[in-house]
Write a protein that binds this ligand. Structure first.
Ligand code: ZN
Ligand code: ZN
Length: 204
């Protein structure tokens, strides 16, 4: 069995606080991994976790599972949701967990005498049974887990900007590779190029 207390201590040390979302991250990690039959924490790449937000919740997931973006075992699809999908890479089985819609109210039942909702959640989430905390559904990944992980060492160059693209993230247009930015999926708008890289070009 996992020592919830020690996991919560580790995750709170990252932030100098322990909050309800960290608890949900740890609890969701334990529940998701056990539904797939994985022991935690992982130091291999057998389990992939796709989280639907960043922040405290994500720290809970990381600490309990051992997955990290650096090992390519943790990804963020930022939907702004406290939810995550746990994937068994070899079998492509994937299960998505999210909090029950009434989880905040239910937390009070597990924190008798506590009428501050933050603390009711903080304590309630630690002891509520998995099925009262979370919904869970088997899901199909799109793109597939093979496409997400892709083949190591693959690289190409964008036909438009010339920048290198790794991990098969190029988009083929008429058979030619383009980066997502050049086909209109950029998260930024280009202002103007920097001519010479030196600090303090723009006054602060
Ligand atoms: Zn927090
Ligand atoms: Zn490009």
């Amino acid at each position: 069995m996992h020592d919830l207390g020690s996991l919560l201590k580790q995750v709170s040390a990252r932030h100098s606080h322990l909050c309800p979302r960290q608890v949900l991250g740890v609890r969701m990690a334990l529940a998701g991994a056990s539904l797939l039959g994985f022991d935690l924490p992982r130091s291999d790449k057998a389990m992939l976790v796709i989280a639907e937000t960043d922040g405290c919740f994500l720290d809970g997931l990381e600490v309990a599972t051992g997955v990290t973006p650096g090992h390519r075992t943790l990804r963020i699809e930022d939907y702004g949701k406290i939810a995550a999908t746990f994937v068994a890479v070899n079998s492509s089985q994937a299960i998505r967990l999210a909090p029950q819609s009434n989880v905040r109210e239910e937390a009070y039942r597990y924190a008798p005498g506590e009428n501050r909702h933050y603390f009711a959640q903080l304590h309630g989430y630690q002891i509520m049974p998995d099925e009262e905390l979370f919904t869970a559904s088997w899901v199909n990944l799109s793109p597939s887990v093979d496409q997400i992980i892709s083949r190591p060492g693959v690289r190409t160059r964008c036909k438009s900007c010339g920048e290198e693209i790794i991990n098969q993230r190029e988009v083929l247009v008429a058979g030619e590779p383009f980066c997502r930015a050049c086909i209109g999926q950029a998260y930024y708008g280009l202002q103007f190029p920097v001519e010479v890289l030196q600090p303090k070009q723009v006054g602060v």
